[in-house]
Design a protein around this ligand. Structure first.
Ligand SMILES: [Fe+2]
Ligand SMILES: [Fe+2]
Length: 211
């Protein structure tokens, strides 16, 4: 039997190998804005998974760690002590503090809408199997790469950094982390377009990443 080689992990690698440490503060503001759109589709995928498998307690626990949760609270200007919210709502509030150029924001809004339209055409089974590719090491690696950026000296970027560091912590525990809660959903390369779209929106937000 031939062992199937999956392609999507190569895209994870590609994202990690982008020039994160070369980002300027403005580039990083654009990346945080692009990431928000990822966080929306991620939360939607978690909800679809829970609707599809209502008896799956691990997925319920994953949703509890991503939606209506206080596991990133408090953060000044974003979340009150113990305040519960979805993680994409946390990101929306992060961006509300952002000093990003309004023209850049308008451009990213268009990119984000196109990205979300594309992802939302994906069939539910593929969205569901994408979860472990994010939670069981994928995002931990991507976020660790993003954290190589050097200039976080802006209130929304400090909050984004808190989000990223918090996620490395939430996902990484091998037994109780978010990865362990969805590892039973096994991804295959049907998820490749999702990872390609994630890479593309990051690079479109900050083209220097791919130089
Ligand atoms: Fe999250
Ligand atoms: Fe997570």
């Amino acid at each position: 039997m031939l062992l199937q080689t999956l392609s999507y992990p190569q895209v994870v690698e590609e994202i990690c190998d982008l020039r994160w440490s070369d980002l300027s503060r403005d580039d990083l503001l654009a990346v945080s804005e692009a990431y928000y759109y990822f966080s929306v589709q991620f939360r939607e995928a978690v909800e679809i998974a829970c609707e599809t498998y209502p008896g799956d307690h691990k997925l319920t626990e994953l949703r509890d760690g991503e939606c209506d949760t206080n596991n990133l609270s408090p953060y000044p200007g974003v979340a009150e002590p113990k305040e519960k919210m979805n993680h994409d709502e946390f990101m929306r509030r992060v961006l509300a503090m952002s000093s990003i150029d309004p023209n850049v924001r308008a451009k990213l809004k268009k990119l984000g809408a196109a990205y979300l339209a594309q992802v939302r055409q994906t069939d539910p089974a593929t969205l569901i199997m994408s979860l472990p590719s994010y939670e069981d090491g994928g995002l931990e690696r991507v976020f660790s790469a993003m954290l190589l950026a050097r200039d976080w000296e802006e209130p929304s970027l400090k909050a984004f950094q808190h989000f990223l560091v918090g996620h490395v912590r939430l996902d990484s525990d091998p037994d109780a982390g978010h990865g362990a809660l969805c590892r039973h959903l096994v991804p295959d390369d049907r998820i490749l377009p999702l990872w390609n779209a994630f890479r593309d929106i990051l690079v479109e937000a900050a083209p220097i990443l791919a130089n």
